[in-house]
Write a protein that binds this ligand. Structure first.
Ligand SMILES: NC(=O)c1ccc[n+]([C@@H]2O[C@H](COP(=O)([O-])OP(=O)(O)OC[C@H]3O[C@@H](n4cnc5c(N)ncnc54)[C@H](O)[C@@H]3O)[C@@H](O)[C@H]2O)c1
Length: 250
């Protein structure tokens, strides 16, 4: 097992990519805490993991709230006494072009996609440090690397910020043996994309931009996160890994 008893918190782990990472980490022996607004979906994922013999817990978490992160970390410390891995995964996308986007929608995206990982990292660092170090994994996007033709500006702004939050943390906290890296998936078929894919043209556009000719899968992303969390990636710090079938190499 590659993550035996490694305590991991995954924000936004109730569904989609977060749930896929939770399942994969539990298979490899991690003790997984799913932090999410969606208690019902989160508890269902926890149940699924436990039914397969894994260890998992649900924590109510609003990533935009300092107090919510504080309570989550206290609950984790009480349960396992340590933290080894933080995955900042929760994210939203309000698909409005810059010219029509309401300022409050921009604020909402900044709050979840940037303030969320910022606060999660803030509250994780003391616990990670006390345990001798650990791994922070930020789920950015190809939009954190390029100006993506099909994605409006606000999402790109938030994911770009996450790319550099990652590098800043990587440089500053390496002395505490805390590694921080980001993952940059191209389009993955998750609940986040379902609304968009009601129009088949949108799916065709997305498929057309991937040299490998398919969408990313949740497993592609989960396996990359697993690698970054494990000792196999012990010298990877501050890197931005595209999981995009070659999209950003074009
Ligand atoms: N799906 C894709 O194609 C794709 C591609 C690249 C990057 N990403 C990124 O991957 C991450 C996960 O995406 P997904 O497709 O699984 O999305 P999703 O919508 O399926 O899941 C997101 C989860 O985050 C939770 N969440 C939202 N706001 C929250 C908050 N304030 N506090 C706590 N939890 C909150 C939701 O309840 C949900 O469970 C996001 O950061 C997204 O931007 C997704």
């Amino acid at each position: 097992m590659r993550l035996k008893n490694k305590t991991t918190i995954i924000s936004g782990g109730a569904q989609g990519l977060g749930a896929a990472m939770a399942r994969r980490f539990a298979e490899e022996g991690a003790i997984v805490f799913i932090g999410d607004l969606k208690a019902e979906a989160g508890n269902a994922t926890v149940k699924e993991i436990k039914n397969k013999g894994g260890k998992a817990f649900f924590l109510p978490l609003d990533v935009t709230s300092d107090d919510s992160w504080k309570s989550a970390m206290e609950a984790i410390e009480k349960e396992t006494g340590r933290l080894d891995v933080l995955i900042n995964n929760a994210g939203i996308n309000i698909r409005e072009p810059i010219e029509v986007m309401k300022a409050e929608n921009f604020d909402a995206m900044l709050a979840v996609n940037v303030k969320g990982p910022f606060l999660g990292t803030k509250h994780a660092i003391p616990l990670l440090r006390r345990g001798g170090g650990g791994s922070i994994i930020n789920i950015s996007s190809i939009c954190g690397l390029i100006g993506h033709q099909y994605t409006p500006e606000a999402y790109t702004v938030t994911k770009g910020a996450l790319t550099l939050l990652t590098k800043s943390i990587a440089v500053r906290y390496a002395k505490d043996n805390i590694r921080c890296n980001s993952i940059h998936p191209s389009t993955v078929d998750t609940p986040l994309m379902q609304e968009l894919f009601k129009n088949p043209d949108r799916k065709k556009e997305r498929l057309g931009e991937v040299p490998l000719g398919r969408l990313a899968t949740e497993t592609d992303v989960a396996n990359t996160a697993l690698f970054l969390a494990s000792g196999e990636a012990s010298f990877l710090n501050g890197v931005a890994i595209p999981v995009d079938g070659g999209t950003t190499a074009d």
